[in-house]
Write a protein that binds this ligand. Sequence first.
Ligand code: FAD
Ligand code: NAI
Length: 472
Amino acid sequence: MSKNFDVIVIGGGPGGYIAAIRAAQLGFQVACIDEWTNSKGGPAPGGTCTNVGCIPSKALLQSSEHFEHAGHAFADHGIGLKELSIDVAKMVARKDTVVKQNNDGILYLLKKNKVSFFHGRGAFAKAVEGGHEVTVGDESLIGKHVIVATGSNARALADTPFDEVNILSNDGALKLGAVPKKLGVIGSGVIGLEMGSVWRRLGADVTVLEGLPTFLGAVDEQIAKEAHKAFTKQGLKIELGVKVGAIKSGKKGVTVAYANAKGEAQELAVDKLIVSIGRVPNTIGLNAESVGLKLDERGAIVVDDECKTNLAGVWAVGDVVRGPMLAHKAEEEGVAVAERIAGQHGHVNFNTIPWVIYTSPEIAWVGQTEQQLKASGRAYKAGTFPFMANGRARALGDTTGMVKMLADATTDEILGVHIVGPMASELIAECVVAMEFRASSEDLARICHAHPSLSEATKEAALAVDKRTLNF
Ligand code: FAD
Ligand code: NAI
């Protein structure tokens, strides 16, 4: 006997569970299916983000930053510590508690919103009159609409599968039992830099091997340069333009053969190796092909601007479709799809999706980079303001970096804001709001910002666009 729903959501990550809640708020009967299982065999909704992504990585970044501050920064404040130690098992257990709080929170939210939760793998069975049949275990669900939010998986190097002991994906990198003496990272993208930072702060000697000749190619060049300088100063070894060859893993660790940027043969011997070279959309076990759900050459579900797939009544959101693999992008798409099903005009503005890399200094940006503006031939003005000249940053003892604002040369509309420095993750929100309201740099420059605050650097960068900073 099938159970009938207006909306079935497959996947309970940020794209899926948020879509389910929004659909329920709009008055639909909603089911959410998620297969993530915790160590006790119970449900663990929240997806990659909650279980092995955003949340646990930020928990470990926080712990390791405390450790680094205690070891280095506290002395400047006159705080003395005799013996500093790190209990990695306790740090990882704390991270697991934070994850569990989030899993439980999501289960509570689904219940509160009267979403029927099914723990298990959802698979398309067949199209039926007015909808689709989806199975989960022995159960059959019929939905008028199906939203697929099955996320992504870590991409492995060809011929080098993850064993999560020596060759680690994000999953293994988040649960090491001890600080490795030597850690190798392949890929200097977001995961490589965040996880590399965690273990470096705790004492690992970290080498990052990046295939591209440029560091953080998608980031504004000036900001990427500043970040590279800061990371190198901290002791992160970053080699660009390498070609990774054979990887051998044994009892003594891992060796990576590679050619450096000059083409010279090199070998890196490490205790553990994190491979963070991007992620692949996940449709494993969904039975997509047999119901004719169209995938592209990357394995992503093909969707239009509204997240509609080629099958009537089937939608897809988040990492499993095109666009940046970010939790907040997945959430926004989930909300927009639920609203479209309800006949509303859900909308996601891809031009104002913020990016944050939670290293120290943090890197955050929204909108276009200077190199993109140059390439498109758009006339622009740029203003920068260094945290060195910001009173709050000096008081914090964290003056690395800057805020950089780019605005249209004629209309002064803000086209992009790029930040490297303390709390960039929080500072970028103001810039996203400004851009969403199509503010000019003058608008931001004329708004009163609290003193002393890091946000004054944003205001000053806006003033700098008009070449009239007050404090620099
Ligand atoms: P997912 O979160 O992957 O969720 C998909 C869910 O669907 C999973 O629970 C999976 O088990 C389930 N599922 C899959 N197939 C089925 C099926 N057939 N039946 C039932 N269930 C199924 N993004 C940020 O914005 N900020 C960050 O700080 C950040 N940090 C990250 C750190 C790391 C280490 C990683 C790996 C990623 C990070 N991300 C971050 C990216 C973010 O995690 C993803 O963009 C986000 O989780 C995508 O959400 P989603 O709902 O599309 O998919
Ligand atoms: P990424 O795309 O950020 O970086 C991958 C890097 O690996 C690139 O610099 C690429 O040039 C390099 N690379 C690819 N193949 C290589 C090879 N064979 N040899 C050497 N280098 C190679 O991917 P990453 O770090 O795996 O993260 C995946 C995604 O997860 C991110 O793109 C992001 O969407 C999401 N994420 C977001 C975070 C955040 O928002 N703070 C944090 C972590 C992940």
